[in-house]
Design a protein. Structure first.
Length: 276
């Protein structure tokens, strides 16, 4: 079975194709992006009663700032690599759902037209089909959350690189090979500079990845599932499984889930920051 995503290739049912401690000893002056080890302030601040000081405000301000930058540069060549890595996350979400339901992934591809395909056999289609759009939004939210702590951002970046390496084992096309090697090199460079020179970079990069992937998921859902109905899209595949759910109705549900993941990512990042 193939799961396709993007402008020219959507879901098609074809059998078997498919933060560090700084030198300043004053903890109060340490910005959130420098925190490596959580220092308890009396439990988890789920109500955000200690929000928002200047550092939480910085996080809140960075999210719309990134979104504004993404919007301004959306149709430029600078955004092309980020769009393709968001497509990669979409396809890896399909693949992950397949693995979790005991299926077999035979290939993962990303195309220059911002489409992609995941080839698999078996697995639970009820989870695999919606995992692309919802999974992209989910991982975007996770990255936003992890950006609230320097060690967490480091872990997230390393796992991101590992996932790109693992995906190269599954018959990738040339575009995906170059894309993954580029982002692995970029992310590792940020990690090395961040850790060796103690210049805070990885939190900013992790937050940017999270915001962009989440924003791309919402845009992609709107463009692929709401403004048009394409036979073979994820929404159309859901319609085949649940005939009472029309493709556009399914498409309307996906962006709600995507926005929820982004909101939760920001909330949990703030909880992490106010609780340390």
């Amino acid at each position: 079975m193939n799961l396709r995503q993007g402008q020219a290739s959507d879901t098609i049912d074809i059998p078997y194709a498919l933060s560090d401690a700084i030198t300043d000893t004053s903890a109060a002056s340490a910005p959130w992006i420098f925190q490596d080890i959580a220092e308890s302030t009396g439990g988890v601040d789920w109500n955000l009663s200690k929000c928002c000081n200047e550092y939480e405000k910085l996080l809140i301000a960075l999210v719309p700032s990134y979104l504004f930058l993404i919007l301004i540069l959306w149709n430029t060549a600078l955004m092309k690599p980020m769009k393709l890595i968001a497509v990669f996350v979409h396809e890896m979400s399909h693949a992950t759902a397949c693995w979790l339901t005991c299926g077999k992934v035979e290939g993962i591809e990303v195309h220059l037209n911002e489409g992609g395909v995941t080839k698999y056999r078996g697995g639970w289609r009820w989870l695999i089909i919606p995992a692309g759009y919802c999974g992209g939004a989910f991982w975007g939210g996770v990255l936003v959350t992890m950006s609230g702590n320097r060690i967490a951002a480091l872990v997230a970046s390393v796992l991101f690189c590992v996932s790109m390496l693992v995906s190269l084992r599954f018959s990738p096309n040339r575009t995906m090979v170059f894309l993954n090697l580029f982002f692995i090199t970029l992310t590792v460079t940020f990690i090395v500079v961040d850790r060796l020179l103690n210049i805070v970079l990885i939190n900013y990069l992790t937050l940017y990845y999270g915001v962009f992937i989440g924003a791309f998921s919402v845009y992609d859902i709107y463009d692929d599932l709401i403004t048009r109905t394409v036979e073979g899209s994820d929404a159309h595949a859901c319609f085949k499984l649940i005939p009472c759910c029309l493709p556009r109705c399914v498409g309307l549900q996906f962006p709600v889930v995507a926005l929820m993941f982004q909101a939760l990512g920001l909330y949990f990042a703030l909880v992490w920051m106010t609780s340390t």
